[in-house]
Design a protein around this ligand. Structure first.
Ligand SMILES: *[C@@H]1O[C@H](CO)[C@@H](O)[C@H](O)[C@H]1NC(C)=O
Ligand SMILES: *[C@@H]1O[C@H](CO)[C@@H](O)[C@H](O)[C@H]1NC(C)=O
Ligand SMILES: *[C@@H]1O[C@H](CO)[C@@H](O)[C@H](O)[C@H]1NC(C)=O
Length: 348
């Protein structure tokens, strides 16, 4: 009857599947390619926090910064967060600044600063991630260093002020250090950190804070381009107004991340992305076959009033598959056994 006259084509479905594989989320931290060298940073994913504070003596203000970044995903709001105290949706790098007014009983306010992210729906601005090998950098200070420099854009503060807002960016240097995973001294978002004194030990905490301030002062004396004196793998190196291309002023957060994942001979984390690709491939492949069968059956039913086996496109072929397989196996067995005894295989 109507069987095999309907040829629902696979071509459009294959086209859809290839579109899916080109779908991109800015960049993939699992597979960053810079000048043909691949880096896998999924182990560094998740929110990580770095602190800094800055005093404005003239205005009697103290600014305490918490910089949070996630190189693999957009940052999520804290529980109970609101637009007044959190960065916008789509942020990858965010600063929460506490403004402490020393002239007014240390009264403080919170200013969130969007440094980098994809804010396409809000402002049309994007992350525009750029990657460069340190050894290919033009800067002399990078000579002999192994690793990757990443530059992220998209932020502005104040966020909605097109005219007076200051563009923001983050420059992160991932420096090869075979001894470090990259998570040493890590402070997860609002999480505990190891060298924090125990609760109730207020004096200890004060001492810690004072030490931290001393360190900051020392660092400032060392001048620009120096990173915080810290044993943590992720370190703060500066947050200043810099002159970028075309004499544009851009407030730039600089971080340094020492990690073995930035070494060019770092082992590839096994599985992961490749299985991901084949996983997608098989899902799409089976969806395609299912759609083909369903659509083909529907066509056969409607056009030709087919029933039973006749419903399936190529129903006769499908019905024959067991026999074809049997035949095939028989042939192979025949070849293997050569022309010898022909007795043993009939019951396949
Ligand atoms: C500081 O804030 C408190 C509560 O918000 C307020 O009562 C106080 O007047 C403020 N102090 C100054 C000096 O503004
Ligand atoms: C305000 O904060 C500064 C620095 O943190 C501290 O030295 C000072 O004692 C504080 N003053 C008051 C009134 O809390
Ligand atoms: C910054 O982080 C510290 C430690 O995690 C936290 O105590 C503080 O409240 C944070 N500040 C802001 C403004 O979120």
């Amino acid at each position: 009857m109507g069987r095999s006259r309907s040829r629902a084509s696979l071509v459009p479905l294959l086209a859809v599947s290839s579109l899916l594989s080109h779908f991109a989320w800015g960049f993939d931290c699992k597979d960053i390619v810079a000048q043909k060298v691949q880096f896998h940073f999924e182990k560094l994913g998740g929110p990580h926090v770095v602190h800094w504070q800055e005093e404005d003596i003239e205005h009697e203000m103290l600014y305490k910064y918490n910089f949070t970044l996630d190189i693999c995903n957009s940052l999520k709001w804290q529980k109970g967060g609101s637009a007044a105290t959190e960065c916008h949706q789509g942020s990858r790098v965010c600063a929460i600044r506490e403004n402490i007014d020393l002239s007014m009983d240390n009264n403080s306010t919170i200013t969130p600063i969007d440094i980098a992210g994809t804010y396409k729906t809000q402002t049309g601005r994007e992350l525009e991630a750029k990657f460069e090998l340190l050894r290919n950098s033009k800067s002399n200070s990078d000579a002999g260093r192994e690793g990757l420099r990443a530059e992220f854009h998209g932020g502005r503060s104040p966020f909605d002020d097109k005219k007076n807002g200051i563009d923001q960016r983050a420059i992160i240097e991932f420096v090869c250090d075979k001894e470090r995973t990259g998570l040493e001294g890590d402070e997860k978002d609002k999480g505990d950190n190891e060298d924090k004194p125990k609760d109730g030990d207020k004096d200890g905490k004060k001492d810690g804070d004072e030490k931290k301030e001393e360190k900051l002062r020392r660092r400032e004396n060392e001048g620009k381009g120096q990173c915080e004196d810290s044993d943590r793998s992720l370190r703060f190196c500066g947050y200043q107004l810099e002159t970028a291309d075309k004499d544009k002023k851009v407030k730039t957060l600089r971080l340094e991340w020492r990690t073995q994942h930035a070494c060019e001979d770092a082992p590839t984390p096994d599985g992961g992305s490749h299985w991901g690709f084949f996983g997608w491939f098989f899902i799409i492949f089976f969806l395609a076959i299912a759609s083909y069968l369903i659509f083909g059956s529907w066509l056969n039913y409607n056009r030709y009033g087919a029933r039973g086996w006749d419903l399936l496109p190529h129903g006769d072929t499908i019905r024959d598959i067991p026999y074809i397989a049997k035949d095939f196996a028989r042939k192979i067995l025949g070849t293997v056994q050569g022309g010898g005894s022909r007795g043993g295989y009939a019951a396949v």
